[in-house]
Design a protein around this ligand. Structure first.
Ligand SMILES: [Zn+2]
Length: 173
C-alpha cells in the first residue's frame, strides 16, 4: 500500500468527469487499498480517485467517527444515485482537496446508491445522514463537482484564492 499525494484545488483534474471502470483487476484492488490508506492517514471520511489524479469512477469512505469505533471501509466503483429523499439535510462539509475550509451544504437527507465492488459484483444500499452526505460529495468528485460549487460565487472565490495562496506557499517549501 502506498500513501498518495492529494491534489489541492484549483487543479484541472478536480474539474473533469471521470471514466467508468471496466477492468476489475489487481490494479483496481491496489488503487482501492492506496485510496483507503491515504484517506485514513489524512485523516478523512471519504476520498475519490481524481483527488489522487486517477480519472476513474472509484471512491472510498468510512464515516465511523467515534473514538474506538469499528472501522467500516467501503469501496464504491461506478457509483450511481438511483433515488434521493425529498427531505433535505445541512452538513458542514470539508474536503481533503480544500484543506481547512468548511461550509454548510444542503443535500438530500437519504439516497439509494448502486455500485460495483472491486470484483465487479453489483450492490445497492440506502445511506442516511453523514453517510448520505459523504457518498454524494464523493460521487460529485467523479463528475468534476466540488462542495464549494454549491456556495455563493463570492465565498467560492474567497476559498479558491486561499487555496492558491496555500499552493504557492507549499511550492516555496
Ligand atoms: Zn472532497
Amino acid at each position: 500500500m502506498t500513501l498518495k499525494p492529494i491534489l489541492i484545488h484549483p487543479d484541472p483534474r478536480l474539474k473533469k468527469a471521470c471514466d467508468p471502470v471496466t477492468e476489475f483487476d489487481k490494479a483496481l484492488a491496489a488503487l482501492a487499498n492506496d485510496m483507503l490508506e491515504t484517506m485514513y492517514d489524512a485523516p478523512g471520511i471519504g476520498l475519490a480517485a481524481p483527488q489522487i489524479g486517477v480519472m476513474n469512477r472509484v471512491m472510498v469512505m468510512d464515516c465511523v467517527k467515534e473514538e474506538g469505533g469499528t472501522p467500516a471501509p467501503m469501496t464504491l466503483v461506478n457509483p450511481h444515485v438511483v433515488w434521493e429523499s425529498e427531505e433535505r439535510n445541512v452538513y458542514e462539509e470539508g474536503c481533503l482537496s480544500i484543506p481547512g475550509q468548511y461550509a454548510d451544504v444542503e443535500r438530500p437527507k437519504m439516497v439509494r446508491v448502486t455500485w460495483q465492488d472491486i470484483e465487479g459484483k453489483a450492490h445497492e444500499q440506502e445511506f442516511d445522514e453523514l453517510w448520505a452526505t459523504c457518498v454524494q460529495h464523493e460521487i460529485d468528485h467523479l463528475n468534476g463537482t466540488l462542495f464549494i460549487d454549491y456556495l455563493k460565487p463570492m465565498k467560492r472565490q474567497m476559498i479558491t484564492r486561499k487555496m492558491q495562496k496555500l499552493k504557492r506557499e507549499q511550492m516555496r517549501e
